[in-house]
Ligand binder design. Structure first.
Ligand SMILES: Cc1cc2nc3c(=O)[nH]c(=O)nc-3n(C[C@H](O)[C@H](O)[C@H](O)COP(=O)(O)OP(=O)(O)OC[C@H]3O[C@@H](n4cnc5c(N)ncnc54)[C@H](O)[C@@H]3O)c2cc1C
Length: 354
């Protein structure tokens, strides 16, 4: 059993959690990262848009991140946190296998879950033929025959976005999207094809996406399919501490609200990355990890300074004891004189104030 009381326990070892841990390790803080090993971009072949790491395998990026945390004295363990509770001096995190860890502060960087539409063959293509974010995948599918699956009110916006990467775009309304007159005008003006009817399956040959089939039977060739997922913060741990997720203003999902530096509404509990910012990409999540790490360090410094002040000026501090004995005993502190008599000296000089 690990009885260490860490300065900070971080739940979630993706870009946000590992960046926070590195920042805190470099601030000489003891840090534990608990990670269940399912980062959101796990199915993707590469991380794009991360300056100096473009195209790197997501697993490799995290593995380098873990080594950096270890190099600054941090600890990283594999495991799934199932709940957390406040203790008199911080928090205790409980894992699914009953292990318990405690820390003075808690940072949750558990990311989000992309809820995929229940269409045959779609999940198998997720992160490869089926994509969601043009900034993550747009370059790789530029100029291709791209379909956009209607999933909700944001689908027209997503269609017009992907139009930037290809002139060959088809929006499948999927019995879900009903464009407004203004949206029809925009789609027509940007030469977007629109297909009516519910989508029955996403088709592939040899693992490569080939197209879509509608419920009424017709099939369409596409080389890539963009899907707007419903993004749900992985917030169970935060909910066990009394926080609840909020509906995102865009309607794209639910997130945990924090201030700009990651503080939640529960004192001592912080969140960063996709769990609190549904739109964060890897580099954004990493940056938020750095910010929240710095904020937590400042919070700990504030607490430690308060302890130091109380220790220095409190009722039983050395300074207070000295002041009291001076008042009560004068020169004869603790039964002795101030040493002048023994040294054959006269009384100490006093300054008379008029
Ligand atoms: C298919 C796909 C491709 C993408 N490609 C790109 C790209 O090219 N470039 C880009 O910038 N962004 C990309 N993204 C977005 C990217 O995945 C996120 O921006 C990034 O993962 C957010 O980092 P995070 O640290 O907040 O969360 P995550 O990376 O999801 O990390 C969260 C970690 O917390 C762990 N965890 C969750 N719950 C628990 C628990 N209870 N106990 C312990 N551990 C827990 C998880 O296992 C996971 O390791 C892509 C997303 C998808 C879906």
């Amino acid at each position: 059993m690990d009885t260490t009381r860490y300065d900070v326990v971080i739940v979630g070892g993706g870009a946000a959690g590992l960046s926070a841990a590195t920042t805190l390790g470099r601030a000489l803080r003891s840090v534990l990262v608990i990670d269940s090993g399912t980062p959101r971009n796990g199915p993707a072949a590469g991380v794009h848009g991360y300056l100096s790491r473009d195209g790197m395998n997501p697993g490799e990026l995290l593995s380098i991140g873990r080594s950096e945390v270890l190099s600054y004295g941090g600890t990283v363990i594999d495991g799934e946190a199932v709940s957390a509770r406040r203790t008199p001096d911080g928090f205790e995190v409980i894992l699914g296998d009953s292990r318990r860890f405690s820390g003075r502060r808690l940072l949750v960087t558990t990311g989000l879950t992309d809820e995929l539409p229940p269409i045959d063959g779609l999940r198998e293509q997720w992160g490869n033929g089926v994509v969601h974010c043009p900034y993550c995948h747009g370059w790789e599918i530029r100029g291709q025959r791209i379909g956009v699956l209607g999933t909700g009110p944001l689908s027209v916006h997503q269609t017009l976005l992907f139009r930037q990467w290809s002139p060959d775009i088809t929006l499948f309304l999927n019995d879900t999207v009903e464009p407004t007159d203004e949206e029809w005008d925009k789609l027509a003006a940007r030469s977007v094809r629109v297909v009516d009817g519910a989508v029955a399956s996403v088709d592939a040959v040899g693992g490569v996406l080939t197209g879509l089939t509608l419920r009424q039977g017709s099939s369409f060739d596409v080389q890539a399919l963009a899907v707007g997922t419903r993004m749900e913060a992985r917030s169970e741990l935060l909910e066990s501490l009394g926080l609840s997720s909020q509906v995102h203003p865009s309607g794209a999902g639910r997130f945990i609200e924090t201030d700009a530096m990651g503080a939640t509404a529960v004192r001592g509990v912080y969140a960063a990355g996709n769990v609190s910012n549904l739109m964060a990409q890897v580099i954004t999540a990493a940056a938020e990890g750095v910010m929240s790490g710095a904020r937590i360090n400042a919070d700990l410094i504030e607490e430690e300074t308060l302890w130091a002040v109380e220790g220095h000026f409190g009722p039983f501090s050395a300074a207070s004891e000295a002041a009291v004995s001076k008042i009560v005993l004068g020169h004869r502190r603790h039964g002795f004189d101030d040493g002048r008599k023994a040294a054959g000296l006269g009384p100490a000089a006093t300054v008379e104030r008029r």
